[in-house]
Design a protein around this ligand. Structure first.
Ligand SMILES: C[S@@+](CC[C@H](N)C(=O)[O-])C[C@H]1O[C@@H](n2cnc3c(N)ncnc32)[C@H](O)[C@@H]1O
Length: 232
């Protein structure tokens, strides 16, 4: 880092370049440590914390507990994964699952964010994630991604459900009506922000449409749910 006395003399534009260079370096270091993990091994919390801090999108990116859950499932995954909402979790899925031949499809509604995440994946040599730009479509009582079903596998075993953003109509409800037929019994949905009003409502609606077991994990400022789906 630039010493504080020197930093005061630098113009804002130079400071920004320095900040971004340091950030890229830190992400690269964390990704390199992830890439060294043998197949099937999930990263330790200390590495996930370093990756999260380096990534720097703390208002939006998943909290540490959810990242750990995603990493555990991604490392152990044996079937196709669907991710809704891209970012830090996409890096994890790319390194821990797609790199080992597990099919990973990610849908992202924001063109700008899609460009940014695609660029990050290229920069760090993370190949294998199919990152789809999928705008949100209004479907009456909810909005959900315009999903590229023609290129999707017949089934997903795991869903990392961290989008669309909660202020969209229906929150994350659209997953089950639109993808439920591709989620076999035993498949798992990792639902972030599970105690937010929009997600509580989505869970209530899902209850009326599909059997599932549910465990909610909560901290002072985070919550997520692990759903194991039953019969279709
Ligand atoms: C909760 S975020 C998904 C975060 C992702 N799973 C992660 O761990 O980084 C849901 C959506 O917010 C949007 N988003 C993420 N970061 C953003 C940012 N810095 N500014 C604006 N929108 C952002 C993206 O469209 C993303 O799909």
């Amino acid at each position: 880092m630039v010493p504080r006395s020197l930093s005061r003399l630098l113009p804002q534009s130079t400071k920004r370049v320095v900040r971004e260079t340091v950030q890229r370096y830190r992400v690269r270091m964390a990704v390199q440590r992830l890439l060294k993990l043998p197949r099937g091994h999930a990263p330790a919390p200390v590495l996930l914390r370093a990756l999260r801090r380096a990534w720097g999108d703390e208002g939006y990116s998943a909290n540490l507990a959810y990242l750990q859950e995603v990493a555990r499932h991604a490392a152990a995954a044996e079937g196709p994964i669907l991710e809704c909402g891209s970012g830090l979790t996409t890096i994890l899925l790319g390194v821990l699952a797609a790199r080992h031949g597990v099919v990973v499809h990610t849908v992202e509604h924001s063109a700008e964010w899609h460009r940014r995440v695609a660029q990050v994946l290229r920069t760090y040599g993370i190949t294998g994630v199919r990152l789809h730009l999928a705008p949100l479509l209004d479907r009456g009582s909810f909005v959900w991604y315009d999903v590229p079903k023609d290129v999707w596998p017949a089934e997903f075993r795991l869903v990392v459900c961290d989008g669309p953003p909660g202020d969209m109509k229906g929150g994350r409800y659209g997953l089950l009506p639109l993808v439920g037929a591709r989620l076999p019994p035993g498949s798992v949905v990792l639902l972030d922000d599970a105690t937010r009003q929009s997600e509580i409502a989505a869970l209530r609606r899902w209850r009326g449409e599909r059997e599932f077991r549910q465990r909610v994990y909560e901290g002072p400022d985070w919550a997520y749910a692990v759903l194991t789906l039953g019969r279709r």
